[in-house]
Design a protein around this ligand. Structure first.
Ligand code: ZN
Length: 235
């Protein structure tokens, strides 16, 4: 099991760690700051620096088949560390921070559009959510409301509830296709004060103002009950 430092501190850029396993799928560490791909958010890229100074460039971070396995996937032709090696693991912070900004903006979209979410994706500087609705959505009105929530600079925080509390409040779960992970006794909620509260395991900025202005680039009809709303940085 890898200690998932990125779950508790979204601003942690590096950590010291020990290599626990190396195989063709990737490199495992005893602890990591690398976000592992999931919930529509890409895995982190970055570097592992060995004690001797050699650097392993990491292209992606993926879940392995085993319980709790986190695989740091190196770029081709990188030095191969050995189990027991000490490394400094450091993420590509600029890329991650852009993911955090877009991810948080998608929570604001959820707050503005009152419909279930059936899918979503986060990319570099852009993202999208699919809403289960037949309504015609006005992209300029949505952009204005999201930008208002950004300008209001709401605090973003994490709360935990028990599986039982979540089961008693099914309206908290906005994602219709993905059930939040349960069975661990507790579930992490992302709380944008007074705006949005839902289970989420991704990484977010600390205040909505950090997102910066956004635009709704397009709204697509993907079937009778599905509107795909695309958001991007206004840059
Ligand atoms: Zn989230």
């Amino acid at each position: 099991m890898t200690e998932e430092l990125f779950r508790t501190d979204h601003y942690l850029k590096r950590c010291e760690a020990t290599v626990t396993a190396v195989d063709p799928r990737g490199i495992q560490l005893d602890r990591t700051v690398f976000y592992v791909m999931g919930g529509g958010q890409p895995g982190d890229s970055g570097t592992l620096t060995l004690a001797g100074g050699s650097v392993v460039r990491i292209a992606d971070t993926r879940k392995g088949d085993g319980q709790g396995e986190i695989l740091h996937v190196p770029e081709a032709g990188q030095p191969v560390p050995q189990p027991g090696d000490k490394v400094v693991a450091e993420i590509d912070w600029q890329r991650r921070h852009r993911h955090m900004r877009i991810h948080t903006s998608l929570h604001l979209l959820c707050a503005v559009i009152p419909a279930g979410v059936t899918g979503g994706q986060i990319g570099d500087g852009k993202g999208r959510l699919d809403f289960d609705t037949q309504d015609t959505l006005d992209k300029d009105a949505i952009a204005e409301q999201v930008n208002k929530l950004i300008a209001e600079d709401h605090a973003v925080g994490v709360r935990w509830i028990t599986d039982g509390e979540l089961a008693a409040k099914p309206d908290l779960v906005r994602t219709m296709s993905v059930k939040p992970p349960s069975g661990q006794g507790r579930v992490r909620l992302l709380d944008i004060e007074g705006v949005d509260l839902q289970p989420c395991g991704g990484t977010h900025v600390a205040r909505t103002g950090e997102i910066g202005r956004v635009v709704i680039t397009k709204i697509e009809s993907k079937g009778k009950h599905n509107r795909r709303v695309n958001i991007a940085f206004d840059e």
